[in-house]
Design a binder for this molecule. Structure first.
Ligand SMILES: Cc1cc2nc3c(=O)[nH]c(=O)nc-3n(C[C@H](O)[C@H](O)[C@H](O)COP(=O)(O)O)c2cc1C
Length: 211
């Protein structure tokens, strides 16, 4: 199949699935494929400020549902991916940032220069965890898109979910919020109902060419 057509089919297959078939479990190797595609997502300065929790435990899903606006996707999905946005590990002082620059194999002066640009760019975020979460969370959304499209490419449905009470979800999951905060929930599984039509504006209404 033509590559453009193939990609269009993947994009069109993805929709915000509202109800999953509880009895259909994603095979392990498919789940690993999806998560691995998320791992390959781009991130600012290459910092990869995310972590993915894959929750399969039904009791834990039941516990989470009431703090996720009682959305049925939480308990009917096969795997509930909780996308965490890093906080502390993105601060230069802890050494992880330096390691990320060092792994590029740059000469020392160059990687120190990168580290300075990074520290300067993020000077407000380094002092304020809410601001760091904003920056870090934006990037996890890119990873979420990679996860959703990878899932769609192998017939797995998904639904990005920001309808949840973050602090309560973090509490239930026992997250150390100095290290990570919950950015987005992404249930994965198999649809019960046929997908509705995508409602979108026309291309000419959202694109402006500047020549
Ligand atoms: C960041 C984000 C958060 C969302 N949160 C929810 C949610 O909490 N519950 C839900 O059912 N859908 C949620 N959605 C899905 C959107 O409602 C959906 O993508 C949009 O209506 C377009 O429909 P489609 O994705 O099926 O084309 C969210 C989408 C995004 C991108």
């Amino acid at each position: 199949m033509d590559k453009k057509e193939l990609f269009r089919q993947i994009v069109e297959f993805r929709h915000a699935c509202k109800l999953f078939d509880k009895d259909k479990i994603i095979p392990k190797e498919d789940l690993f494929y999806i998560l691995d595609m998320g791992r390959l997502s781009p991130s600012s300065f290459g910092m990869e400020g995310w972590k993915f929790l894959a929750i399969q435990n039904p009791t834990l899903k039941e516990k989470l549902k009431p703090v996720c606006w009682n959305q049925p996707q939480i308990t009917t999905c096969s795997d509930l991916i909780v996308i965490l946005a890093a906080i502390d590990r993105l601060k230069p002082k802890n050494g992880i940032v330096a390691e990320k620059f060092a792994r590029r194999g740059l000469p020392k002066e160059k990687y120190e220069a990168y580290l300075n640009v990074y520290s300067d760019f993020l000077k407000d975020e380094i002092e304020d965890d809410d601001k760091m979460f904003c920056w870090s969370s934006k990037q996890t959304y890119l990873a979420a898109m990679s996860l959703m499209l990878a899932a769609a490419s192998i017939g797995v449905d998904s639904c990005p979910i920001e309808g949840f009470e973050r602090e309560k979800v973090e509490n239930i999951l026992g997250i150390d919020t100095k290290k990570y905060r919950v950015s987005l929930l992404l249930p994965l599984g198999y649809r019960v109902n046929p997908q509705p039509k995508h409602l979108r504006e026309k291309l000419e209404d959202i694109v402006e060419f500047i020549i």
